[in-house]
Design a protein around this ligand. Sequence first.
Ligand code: SF4
Length: 297
Amino acid sequence: MIEEIRALKEEKNAVILAHNYQIGPVQDIADYVGDSLELSRAAAATDCDVIIFCGVDFMAETASILSPQKTVVLPASGACCPMAHMITADQLREVKAAYPDAAAVCYVNSTAEVKAESDICCTSANGVAVVNSLDQRQIIFVPDGNLGKYVARHTKKEIIPWTGYCYVHDRYTPDEVREARRLHPKAEVLVHPECRPEVIDLADYAYSTSGMGKHAQKSIASEFIIGTEVGMLYRLKKENPDKKFYPLSEKAICENMKKTDLGKVLLALQTLEPQVKVSQEISNKARRSIERMLAVK
Ligand code: SF4
């Protein structure tokens, strides 16, 4: 199957992107492994005709927005991010009407329609810098309430967070952190900013997945407790074979991220279906929010 995938990838001039939360065999076959924005930028920079995006719906949409001339395929049809769907463009318009002086910032984990309705996007890595770059004092932050609260603690601006959440990160508890530390007293605890504030308070660092990757490589520590989706541990172990990584919880599994397997990647290359397309009008507006974010240093 791997040989067939490689041959078809050449034939169709395709690039395979895999999010850090994908299963190991999918990460191994991919040309790029990373977080959603790193992957979309990588895809936009290549001269491929086809993007096979092993991830969830909003990521494939973002790739399509940044590369409208390319064919974007999401191998696992129906792989969606529940958090991205916790706010609609209509709901965001209502909040904007209630806070007319506020800027609207949306996490990239959002639908194309919500990105189009926002002033600027952000990632979990650059949320604070994006918010601080804006002139407005009040900031509507959607859809992730936990990330909104994290940003609020690191800026002087007034953050108005939406109430969305990632069910994978939101269910970590302080007791799990305490227990993991008891079991692995020498390990550094790295958690994602999508976790609850009381969990972040007990960790050593809060990082995006790309930040976790960089930290694990440069840290002098040799053991780490990882508070994000368990797929990330595959990449961390592969890149740091001499270090040890423990999941903060074995139950931190994003079901939608696990819907992609090699069979679906092969089928996606054979059929170039199911494709993800964003209408030109939405795409143009959403691209403005993404490009504005990319300009923030
Ligand atoms: S891990 Fe959370 S934020 Fe990421 S795709 Fe799954 S539900 Fe969405």
